[in-house]
Ligand binder design. Sequence first.
Ligand code: ATP
Ligand code: MG
Length: 413
Amino acid sequence: MSVAFKPLAPGATLGVLGGGQLGRMWVHAAQRMGFQTVVLDPDPHSPAGLVSHQHIQTDYLDPVGLQKMATTCQAVTTEFENVPADALAQLATTMQVAPNAHAVAVAQDRRLEKSHFVNCGVPVAPFAVIASDADVEAVLKRADGTSLLPGILKTARMGYDGKGQVRVRHPQELVEAFKLLGSVPCVLEKMLPLKAEYSVIVARGHDGAMVHLPIQHNVHRDGILAMTQVWAGVCDSALETQAINAAKSIAQELQYTGVLCVEFFVLEDNSLVVNEIAPRPHNSGHYSLDACDVSQFELQLRCMAGLPLTQPRLHSSAVMLNLLGDIWLEGKLGEKLGSDPDLFGTNKSGSDPNFSPNFSEVLALPGTHLHLYGKGEARKGRKMGHLTVTASTPEQAHAIANQAATILGIAAF
Ligand code: ATP
Ligand code: MG
């Protein structure tokens, strides 16, 4: 049973489960509009906890923490799909929760996720569920089983940034990969010939109204999003319409409330396949803070508070570069900081803390917007921040992004 929905005005207190960078940017959006914020995250240094009015430092399933959330907030959302769906279900008995626990449970498990896509009539990569050694044997015996090879074995739950995935070329590698992943339930997906990767972010209100951000073209390196570019014409228009319609039907069929990101593959033959969903704002939508008149974080806030949704407008061509810990550890370090590096939020681990990537040279380029998440320690592959470049043309945005990448020691795109 969930409580009846009531629109909330600025001044109300809103909460988020999870205190990472997505929570931090949501806090910024909520505070800008005059809401009070509460973050629940066990980490005392969590990026969102550091900037929120209140920070409840407990585990996501701690009954005392959840009770405190329930008594302080009028509505709650999540910024992290691995937040236990049970925590959302429990909160939903006394307050408005968006997205609903069922939608989060579907996004948390690749098996449920894929059957949801199939139910929505949206094509997925050929796959098989592998939950036991017997399933491994059975899939290899199946007439079409080895046609899933070469493939990718992905844990059904808890994967992110390419973690919990092993590429498998032949039957023996599949047997070994299943062991390596701890014999937990997995899906084996056929490796597809990708021409490009795109994502679409939709926002759906309590009343079923939907708006979307423009389609985003994503480039991954080592299984982690490296760059997103967005402008009119970044994708073939027929594919774009197909992707937006698919994203909307996936949200509609979940009776979703909030911001949902749908990741797609475009194959060599130009067909569109859905990869996965994230029940929250997404890294590929960060450009919307600087290049759209409504950001994905403001959309999340509007959905949970029942404020009107307006169709976002892209006012600039945009390229977003992810700033991974690697550039603090291995990049061209040129700048002596004039302030405490911890306050700057970019202290390097294992090397001289007085140096930072050369952000002042980057910020001298027109249309650069630097976002750092306040994480104390740089680690390889850790998302420390992002840089969005906005410009009046795609060519300019792309050229300036590559200049910035070179300064930061990121290979050009
Ligand atoms: P994230 O959390 O960063 O979105 P993830 O760990 O949930 O990633 P996926 O999105 O499933 O993992 O896969 C990561 C990347 O691996 C994809 O963006 C794509 O580049 C590649 N990939 C995944 N599945 C396939 C496939 N079936 N065929 C080809 N490439 C794939
Ligand atoms: Mg993904």
